[in-house]
Design a protein around this ligand. Structure first.
Ligand SMILES: [Zn+2]
Length: 222
């Protein structure tokens, strides 16, 4: 038994404005019913609707299973929470820490805290190493990495640092500020493995130390 249905794309006219040019009268044929205005099926419309619903249900279930698998993997990685849940927890922690933080003072102060980040910033005067420091009083300041013994301090995320500088709070956030002219810096390096430093990000392998001795010898011969 065959079921004939009017084509829904062309409303049974067999013609479509954006159809296929294949007719002697140059009108455009419906691409869905190939210009005849109806379609013939082996199964009833009800059966086909059911089959479509079943296929959709299967796709939905597969999608859900994939999502669940992804979330299970995330829980495995974080030890119980999905990435989204972990993010919410982290943000709540940050908000709580920030609420407890003191406001950035104004003027010449001693900053003492932990380096959160070091990065190279391009300025009109060339590239300058900057650091973000979380002071022990909770506020966060950003500015140039101070010099120690005449060269930019080899600091890294996780190091603790104490220095004097002139500090200005940000207009937008009283717990964030900028510092200028840092002096009297004292750096305590965190464990080597944790350091993402600037001047020697990785401990130098032995074989790269050897050539320096030869260069020194060449210097001596001159
Ligand atoms: Zn049609």
């Amino acid at each position: 038994m065959a079921f004939t249905e009017t084509c829904t794309k062309c409303d049974g006219t067999g013609l479509l404005r954006w159809g296929v040019i294949d007719r002697p009268d140059h009108k455009k044929s419906c691409w869905d019913c190939e210009g005849v205005g109806h379609k013939t099926f082996k199964t009833s419309p009800e059966d086909r609707a059911l089959a479509r619903a079943r296929a959709q249900k299967k796709r939905d279930e597969a999608l859900l299973a994939r999502q669940e698998k992804r979330l299970a993997k995330q829980r495995e990685i974080t030890g119980g929470l999905t990435f989204a849940e972990k993010q919410v927890e982290r943000e709540a922690q940050w908000a709580e820490e920030k609420a407890k933080a003191e406001d950035v003072p104004t003027g010449k102060i001693t900053v003492s805290g932990t380096i959160l980040k070091v990065d190279l910033k391009d300025t009109p005067f060339g590239s300058v190493w900057k650091m973000t420091v979380k002071d022990n009083n909770g506020f966060v300041v950003w500015g140039s990495i101070p010099s120690i013994d005449g060269r930019v301090a080899n600091c890294a995320k996780g190091d603790t640092i104490t220095f004097s500088a002139t500090v200005t709070p940000s207009d937008k956030d009283p717990k964030f500020g900028f510092f200028k002219r840092p002096t009297k810096a004292v750096l305590t390096e965190s464990t080597r493995e944790n350091r993402i430093g600037i001047l020697d990000p990785d401990p130098e392998p032995e074989e790269f130390i050897a050539p320096h001795k030869e260069w020194n010898l060449m210097e001596d011969r001159r």
